[in-house]
Write a protein that binds this ligand. Sequence first.
Ligand code: NDP
Length: 432
Amino acid sequence: KAKNAEQPEFIQAVTEVLQSLEPVIEAHPEYEQAALLERIVEPERVIMFRVPWVDDNGKVQVNRGFRVQFNSAIGPYKGGLRLHPSVNLGIIKFLGFEQIFKNSLTTLPMGGGKGGCDFDPKGKSDMEVMRFCQSFMTELFRHIGADTDVPAGDIGTGAREIGYMFGQYKKIKNVFEGVLTGKGLTFGGSLARTEATGYGLVYLVEEHLKCTGGSFEGKTVCISGSGNVAIYATQKAQQLGAKVVTVSDSTGWVHDPAGIDVELLKQVKEVERARLTEYAARREGVEYHEGRGVWQIPCDIALPCATQNEVHLEDVQNLVANGCQILAEGANMPTTLEATEYLQNNGVVFFPGKAANAGGVATSGLEMSQNSERLSWTFEEVDAKLNGIMVSIYHAIDDAAKRYGHAGNYVMGANIAGFEKVATAMMAQGIV
Ligand code: NDP
């Protein structure tokens, strides 16, 4: 903790994982001998770099870029690039650490990594974003590659940014390879990648509902965020018969009792890149509120899809009081530790992000396979594989929790199931 004192999110993520792993470590004394935990919490490599670029007024701007190559025991490093003013080393380390276990859960051969920059794409022109992306890649290119490290999108990094970064990588390296995922469909992107995280989140919850005799039909769902994950979670939940009544952004939130109009939401957020006030202005019967407040609306299922630590203790107290039965994390670590404990102690089924939002990286793994084969699969093929992976993740985490005597504790289940494969691979590869 002392070494990472300035990194509260990283300490929070590690604390949760290490608590879950106590029974596994007890059962495997050889892990202690090999300092496996000490090694797994230390990134294999951290890269921090200057990103200078010129804005539209001719002024030079300087941002700080990061790539944390956390663990390559089971495959090349894989994880997104976050572009947001809040980005710092601790945030990227927390995300990279989580990514190790998430990638392992997908059953695909991918190690854990994460990167990003404190650049804010909001309010920047296309040309500014392009110049930034080119500068960012002008350093990053030497550290990545299709068999080394394959970055992807995350908050602030969508198809536009990935396109600019890919173009610059290709220009510098003179190699056309699957070095980034989330690419456009005309240059190696995978169908269904855009939908994957949101759809996967809903597929995982659907499998749980099926196994416990229920379904999404007729359920009320609250969602936070209105970005990539939130939009497609909303779409899939509604396709399965649920009604999604909220979405939010960093300035406010919408309550739409008739059910979110996904087409309008996509138009406002994806096409116009506008705020939710626009959504509210164009639709009857919708309330818009400044600030936060999604979790005070009664629902059966809560799907936080915005950012880390957005669901606090008072939020889950509201959710429990209003009869919410399931909370599944679409975002990475949106629920604080105390809120997670409160949910688990009050009978709410809780699915942590590293299992529930693994559909995105799983589909990125499928994009890598297609690039290596130089083939592209149909939407239906990718969607069916995604569904199969989410079903298998549900059973893997359910089974791991049961094996260690904690049936229904999916935090433990996800941490244990994700850890087992990585630990076995690290032991086999010696002290490296
Ligand atoms: P987007 O950038 O598309 O959307 C993020 C959404 O969250 C926006 O509505 C944004 O609002 C809101 N948001 C961001 N920061 C804050 C904040 N500090 N307070 C309140 N709201 C905020 O990102 P994604 O949908 O891709 O990602 C959302 C989450 O899901 C992240 O935690 C990400 O790491 C995780 N994730 C994403 C995957 C993917 O495939 N996209 C895969 C796995 C996890 P605003 O527009 O106002 O900024």
